[in-house]
Design a protein around this ligand. Structure first.
Ligand code: FAD
Length: 375
């Protein structure tokens, strides 16, 4: 989000300096794992729908400008029990927002896509959704930000945010203090630490928490891989939790990727325990893989064994809605955080919105839901 903000501000002629603690793309934050779902029917709120649509447009035109495919429009398959409220809300949102989709029964889902969908469950395909290729997306934003004069300083850790005074400042780890007319804090899992002393922990949105998640890749038998590669992105609303994944592809790690967003297994309650982003255990153990293996055994036994894993951090608000707003005690500081495990697809539109807030103090984009007051 910081990079997208630098991109949007630089294109509007602002003088931009970005400080990134690690490198351009890395595995310490929220964007690791090479691919991200882009879905268009947001049942979490209709205001998201217009933002996804704008983000889709921005990713597509950015890709055309840099000559690279950023968005793979392979479609999104969703399935679940017809009494699953989240699944039914997702299906209803498709109709409500007139998003192209096809509803079918379990037998059709099994025959077309190979998932072992229980016989009385419906399924749905929305062909215009798909996935974003993380590295090309971030590299395209970087290339345009730099072409428009943004200075991107990597391996540069911001230790402290200093509010008040004639201009807000950041203190870097090497002791340098940098003042600016405006500052944007888009530090993902590092946001609470940076904003901490200035936040009121009694307000829900300000109780940012960091959750650890695991993404895994499997390798199907070679003769099955062409079929796995032709799959859409998929989301499964099953009694065991909410699982999602990607067609077999070669983005960073070759294979069929899947992950568990929520689990109903009490043994996995640790998934909801906040972690300290500075001391995350990145070793992936059997308990991490338990829900994924159980999902594969029941719904996708032909996917093969898990061959690779990557940990990733959700930087979540308690409502799971983003936090995009001016700082509560200094309007010269804009906050863009709390993307709660579903923000990547929005990056360019978040960049545009944050650029509006920074340069004009308001935006025509629908940001009310993301303000501190709304939460
Ligand atoms: C497992 C997983 C799956 C996901 N799947 C999807 C999906 O399918 N679709 C989707 O749309 N979204 C998805 N998301 C969410 C999405 O990836 C995040 O919402 C998005 O990457 C958040 O971007 P960010 O810029 O806030 O955080 P990050 O990408 O983590 O960037 C924050 C940056 O700030 C830097 N930083 C932090 N503190 C400091 C500091 N003090 N000084 C300098 N730099 C600092 C970090 O190094 C980092 O590079 C998923 C997330 C996870 C973890």
């Amino acid at each position: 989000m910081g990079l997208a903000t630098a991109w949007a501000l630089a294109r509007r002629g602002a003088q931009v300096e970005l400080f990134e603690r690690h490198g351009h793309i890395h595995a310490h934050g929220s964007h690791s794992g090479h691919t991200r779902v882009i879905r268009h029917a947001y049942h979490e709120g209709s205001d998201y729908v217009a933002l996804v649509s704008r983000a889709d447009h921005e990713w597509t035109s950015l890709g055309q400008r840099v000559g690279e495919q950023l968005l793979v429009r392979c479609g999104l398959l969703e399935f679940g029990a017809s009494d699953d409220p989240a699944f039914m809300a997702a299906v209803a949102a498709l109709g409500e927002h007139e998003i192209r989709h096809e509803l079918f029964d379990a037998a059709t889902a099994r025959a077309r896509f190979g998932f072992r969908v229980p016989s009385d469950w419906p399924a749905c395909l929305s062909p215009d959704s798909g996935y974003l290729r993380v590295a090309p997306c971030l590299s395209a934003l970087r290339a345009e930000a730099e072409a428009h004069g943004a200075t991107l300083r990597y391996q540069t850790h911001v230790r402290e945010l200093i509010l008040g005074g004639a201009r807000p400042r950041v203190l870097l780890n090497d002791g340098t203090c940098v003042a600016a007319d405006q500052i944007v804090v888009a530090a993902g899992a590092g946001s609470a630490q940076l904003l901490g002393p200035t936040l009121d922990s009694t307000k829900p949105v300000e109780r940012l928490q960091v959750l650890r998640r695991v993404q895994a890749w499997t390798r199907a038998a070679e003769h099955l891989r062409p079929g796995m590669r032709a799959l859409p992105v998929w989301a499964a609303f099953v009694p065991e939790g909410f699982f999602y994944g990607f067609p077999d592809n070669d983005e960073g790690i070759s294979g069929f990727k899947l992950a568990c967003h929520t689990s109903s297994d009490p043994e996995l309650a640790f998934m909801y325990e906040p972690v300290d982003p500075e001391h995350v255990d990145r070793t992936v153990g059997d308990l991490d893989l338990q829900p994924l293996r159980a999902f594969l055994a029941r719904y996708r036994p032909d996917a093969g064994e898990i061959t690779a894993t990557v940990t990733c951090l959700y930087a979540s608000t308690t409502t799971e809605h983003f936090w995009i707003d001016q700082h509560p005690s200094d309007s010269r500081v804009v906050i863009a955080t709390g993307f709660s495990g579903h923000g990547f697809k929005f990056a360019p539109v978040v960049g545009l919105a944050v650029a509006d807030l920074t340069l004009e103090g308001h935006s025509k984009l629908a940001l009310e839901r993301f303000s501190r007051r709304a939460q």
